[in-house]
Design a protein around this ligand. Structure first.
Ligand SMILES: [Zn+2]
Length: 266
């Protein structure tokens, strides 16, 4: 495994477009998976709406995407500070020490969210097959995360704090739940706007493109380039149809697996 990973693969870096050796890059930073893997013998439960049994996996969605310079830049400038913000904010939320508005580096966070969806959109890893992004949207995202790029020009971002109104999942379980990046379109209300979402660390992360209208934009639930605070709106997982659809599939698979384990023990 280690040898296979060391084998050099030369290609065009998706971010800087230079021909260089490519790293095995993660869209959702590996740190988010590492923590779950550590608690579950090196594996995470992968939730997907695909048929077949629930699978445990050590796959954290890597693909050859970036040269080492771009990989390190995204890792240091975005992934590391975003992970630390989410981890510490989630810990405070679980202790009940945070309500409503919290401090956040808005530009860093907006770039981090953009970079995750962008990396997922260029990756061929199976984990990202629910994400539908056009060539044009992909380029807007790429331009927003490079030096001096402004993610707020064409996109809006919100971060909500997940909870379960039926209390089937507590905050700790929700924070261990990674819902793969997904494009959501409202079939009943056609709109030009596209919504990309995923859940990590107990947060529902949403990117909207094109950005919401000016009167909406000033609402505290959106990241704003003008202020380093955001209102962490509580979001009931029961009201997210895509989440529930996948959750129902996953739950039936969990029940199936658990009953099988009971049979095995008998
Ligand atoms: Zn590069």
């Amino acid at each position: 495994m280690a040898n296979a990973n060391k084998k050099e693969v030369i290609g065009i870096c998706h971010l800087c477009k230079n021909l260089r050796p490519l790293c095995n890059s993660h869209a959702i930073p590996h740190s988010f998976f590492r923590e779950i893997h550590q608690r579950n013998n090196g594996q995470a439960i992968v939730i997907s709406s695909a048929p077949g049994p629930l699978r445990k996996s050590n796959d954290s969605g890597a693909d050859r995407l970036l040269c080492s310079e771009c990989e390190n830049k995204l890792g240091n400038d975005l992934d590391a500070p975003a992970y630390h913000w989410m981890k510490s904010t989630q810990e405070k939320l679980l202790k009940g020490a945070v309500s409503g508005s919290v401090e956040v580096n808005s530009t860093m966070m907006a770039k981090f969210i953009t970079s995750m969806f962008w990396r997922a959109s260029v990756s061929k890893n199976d984990l990202y097959k629910n994400l539908i992004v056009s060539q044009q949207e992909r380029e807007i995202m790429r331009m927003s995360i490079i030096e001096n790029g402004n993610p707020f020009e064409q996109m809006s971002f919100s971060i909500a704090n997940l909870y379960d109104s039926k209390k089937q999942f507590d905050g700790v379980s929700l924070s261990e739940f990674i819902l793969q990046p997904t494009t959501w379109t409202n079939a009943n209300k056609p709109s030009k706007q596209k919504l990309l979402f995923l859940t990590i660390k107990g947060f529902l992360i949403v990117l909207i493109t094109p950005r919401v209208k000016p009167s909406e934009r000033s609402r505290p639930i959106y990241l704003s380039p003008k202020k380093d605070r955001i209102f962490l709106r509580p979001s009931d997982v029961r009201t997210n149809p895509k989440f529930m659809e996948m959750h129902d599939v996953a739950l039936s698979k969990v029940i199936e697996r658990d009953s099988k384990q009971v049979d095995d023990r008998a």
